[in-house]
Design a protein around this ligand. Structure first.
Ligand SMILES: *[C@@H]1O[C@H](CO)[C@@H](O)[C@H](O)[C@H]1NC(C)=O
Ligand SMILES: *[C@@H]1O[C@H](CO)[C@@H](O)[C@H](O)[C@H]1NC(C)=O
Ligand SMILES: *[C@@H]1O[C@H](CO)[C@@H](O)[C@H](O)[C@H]1NC(C)=O
Ligand SMILES: *[C@@H]1O[C@H](CO)[C@@H](O)[C@H](O)[C@H]1NC(C)=O
Ligand SMILES: *[C@@H]1O[C@H](CO)[C@@H](O)[C@H](O)[C@H]1NC(C)=O
Ligand SMILES: *[C@@H]1O[C@H](CO)[C@@H](O)[C@H](O)[C@H]1NC(C)=O
Ligand SMILES: *[C@@H]1O[C@H](CO)[C@@H](O)[C@H](O)[C@H]1NC(C)=O
Length: 661
């Protein structure tokens, strides 16, 4: 009797607790700081300046899809999803702020003002205002991301932006109830989570008594959208290249960019379902994706649709930057180190590898083993065109031209977060970053991290604070013997908990140094091949190349399509026992600019190798790495370079044993 009573009391108190928490949004594990609070310094700041001086920073001047965007009354014919202007806006808002570039800030401000000034009385904004074009919801989602960033950076614009968003939310809620706005062939149905995240921003920051409207709209989006909890389940997840598989869902869920965006769907869902299984499934889906489609560069392959493990299949640039953004969100909701580790690897390898060093030309698809960047015969990509790995203005599709600029700035802006109580600052992505913010209890804090990382193993952090607090810094999973040295004290082994090292900070100035010496590691790849890593950096043989200019844009000749051909042999097998790390730190103390091009990074790895018989498929791509190859040439040492600096490369090598030589 008593036991039954106790149980029923327990059950009802659990019920009360559940009702209390379930009525709102579940908290995130970490909170990002408003745009402008985090800055890059050192080589990453320089990388942002390279982006300003490259394609991204000039698109508004010459590239019709931006300059003539139909979002701002132009006549761009890029009607596919109406996405060009808003992708650019989403990336260039944080980019302009982080580089404090008056010109770029004026461009994004003009875009914002035009769109809001032309919102119609129904609440709709975008190119469909005052036209008979059909209204699909999706393209408004990147616009809202950029607008939210402006509201956070410049609070004087918050009311204008929040008011416009609420008008749109009211409309969207009605449209969803009427089954409208999703008929764009499947895109809006896969990308619903991006809207949910903006609704959650309103809920967390400007609920304005509209919590029920916001929650209902989140649920409508989820229940009218694709079922990511099933897509990411072990049962249905595709475990090989998908071109010969039947998708049990809309096939657009296996599309690389949709999946990159969809990685956010389950953590976003969890916040309103409070269903822990959504987080478990998000984590399992992440692991399945990289197990069956992952690349040593950190990213996964989808040459339109998921493409398996072969080293010559393609990875689209859009999915690189979208996975970075989603991984950041996953870390902020769940707090699992694996998301932050992978985002850092993608940023320092896959992202720079697929742009020229000066960031004027970009690929649509990159390959792990990429022996030429040219029009391919035959075409190794299942769905994309043979021109997809050329470096240029808009190979294959224009989307990555306008979407890639978000990569670096969003990485920088999210390199620091706070704990939910805002007592502590957490340094997440390692690199030369700084933060300036006021924590709880009016604790004014500035942080500056001085480092060449990932091109250096040591990070010196200087913190000033008005009150004591616990600072945290992420210790990546690849660190096995790191030390921390406080203000001239003895070095101590790092002792992270859940991936974070706690550092007690006093009022005044605190300084500490992290030393993260790293081992070379190898990763098994298909056909008995291996990939080489040292910490966050993946290393590849950088095949020397010559350049053929294919076309130049008429308005902007720096926007050129270039073909790269190999000018040396690349058919090497390596002996993993011989891998040796070399560091040639820059005598000036700063890295070359740009850094991501051939021969420039200070870190290399030497491997003893021999030439083997490794055939080419068609004229332009390597066949699978041969298994158990025999040498056809003498042993020689070759140099492996950080993957991001290579434009033609071998990143997955056959293995030989050269110890008997
Ligand atoms: C729609 O077009 C009319 C006529 O040109 C114009 O007066 C009105 O301001 C436009 N509305 C919006 C929201 O742009
Ligand atoms: C907040 O709600 C009030 C009352 O419903 C409304 O008048 C006001 O416009 C709302 N503000 C925003 C920013 O939506
Ligand atoms: C909880 O989440 C899991 C995984 O996302 C899902 O399969 C299950 O249906 C959810 N449960 C409820 C009650 O919605
Ligand atoms: C931090 O931000 C505050 C407020 O914008 C500013 O006054 C201060 O100078 C900044 N400090 C540093 C070190 O950048
Ligand atoms: C590039 O090198 C390849 C291989 O040596 C050669 O066939 C080709 O003509 C060269 N192209 C240019 C533009 O130099
Ligand atoms: C290299 O491989 C090709 C295709 O398997 C074969 O035809 C050729 O004889 C091989 N050459 C040598 C030197 O082993
Ligand atoms: C490779 O470099 C190592 C270290 O400098 C050297 O001992 C070895 O002899 C070299 N091997 C070849 C084949 O040149």
């Amino acid at each position: 009797m008593a036991r039954a009573l106790l149980l029923s009391l327990l059950a009802s108190s659990v019920g009360v607790l559940y009702a209390q928490t379930a009525s709102g949004l579940a908290p995130k594990k970490y909170l990002y700081l408003p745009l402008g609070s985090v800055k890059a310094s050192g080589w990453v700041h320089d990388q942002l300046i390279v982006q300003t001086n490259g394609l991204a920073g000039h698109e508004h001047e010459f590239y019709d899809y931006v300059a003539q965007s139909d979002w701002i009354g132009g006549d761009s014919d890029y009607s596919e999803l109406e996405e060009a202007g808003v992708y650019w806006f989403n990336g260039m808002v944080p980019h302009g702020v982080l580089t404090n570039d008056a010109n770029l800030k004026a461009q994004t401000q003009q875009f914002l003002d035009y769109v809001i000034d032309h919102q119609d009385e129904t609440g709709w904004f975008g190119p469909e205002v005052n036209t008979t074009k059909p209204r699909f919801l999706w393209a408004r989602y990147p616009f809202m991301f950029g607008a939210i960033n402006i509201a956070e950076y410049d609070p004087s614009q918050t009311t204008k932006i929040v008011t416009a968003m609420y008008k749109f939310v009211q409309l969207a809620n009605t449209m969803l109830k009427n089954g409208e706005g999703l008929g764009d062939g499947g895109w809006a149905k896969t990308r619903w989570e991006d809207f949910v995240i903006s609704l959650q921003w309103l809920y967390d920051n400007h609920p304005n008594g509209s919590e029920d409207l916001l929650l209902e709209t989140m649920k409508l989006l989820k229940w009218t959208g694709d079922p990511w909890e099933d897509v990411f389940s072990e049962e249905y997840f595709p475990k090989e290249a998908t071109e010969n598989l039947d998708c049990p869902f809309d096939v657009l869920t296996w599309h690389g960019v949709n999946m990159a965006e969809g990685l956010k769907a389950l953590p976003a869902t969890y916040r309103f379902t409070h269903n822990e299984s959504d987080l478990v499934r998000a984590s399992e889906g992440w692991d399945l994706l990289f197990q069956y489609h992952g690349r040593p560069s950190g990213i996964y392959a989808a040459d339109e649709y998921l493409a398996g493990l072969e080293a010559i299949r393609g990875t689209e640039l859009c999915l690189v930057v979208e996975t970075m953004f989603s991984g950041t969100y996953l870390y902020q909701v769940i707090g699992d180190l694996k998301y932050a580790d992978r985002v850092e690897r993608i940023t320092y390898n896959a992202l720079p590898a697929t742009l020229t060093g000066d960031m004027w030309s970009r690929q649509y698809l990159q390959q792990q083993n990429q022996i030429a960047a040219k029009n391919m015969t035959p075409n190794p990509f299942a769905t994309d065109g043979p021109y997809s790995n050329v470096f240029g203005l808009e190979p294959n599709y224009p989307c990555c031209t306008v979407n890639h600029p978000q990569g670096w700035p969003k990485f920088v802006a999210n390199s620091f977060v706070t704990t939910p109580d805002q007592q502590s600052l957490v340094h997440v992505y390692l690199g030369p970053f700084g933060a300036n913010t006021t924590l709880a209890n009016d604790n004014a804090v500035t942080v500056n991290v001085d480092t060449l990382y990932p091109f250096g193993d040591s990070l010196t952090t200087t913190i000033t604070a008005s009150k004591p607090f616990i600072y945290y810094v992420r210790i990546p999973s690849w660190v096995t013997k790191g030390t921390i040295t406080m203000d001239g004290a003895e070095a101590q082994d790092v002792s992270p908990e859940n991936g974070l090292q706690a550092v007690p900070v006093q009022a005044g100035t605190t300084k500490f140094t992290l030393d993260l010496p790293l081992d070379i590691t190898t990763e098994s790849r298909p056909h008995g091949s291996i990939a080489v890593h040292r910490g966050p950096l993946h290393y590849a043989f950088d095949i020397s190349r010559n350049t053929t200019v294919l076309t130049r844009n008429a308005q902007q000749p720096l926007a050129a399509d270039v073909q790269f051909d190999a000018t040396e042999a690349w058919q090497y097998a390596i002996d993993p026992k011989t891998l040796t790390f070399n560091n040639n730190p820059p005598s000036s103390g700063s890295l070359p600019s740009p850094i991501f091009d051939s021969g420039l990074p200070p870190f290399t790895i030497t491997a003893t190798a021999c030439q083997i018989n490794w055939t080419v498929a068609g004229d332009e791509f390597a066949s699978s790495p041969p298994q158990n190859p025999t040498c056809v040439g003498a042993a020689k040492n070759i140099t492996l370079w950080p993957f991001g600096s290579t434009k033609l490369r071998i990143g997955e090598f056959p293995v030989v044993d050269l110890s008997s030589l």
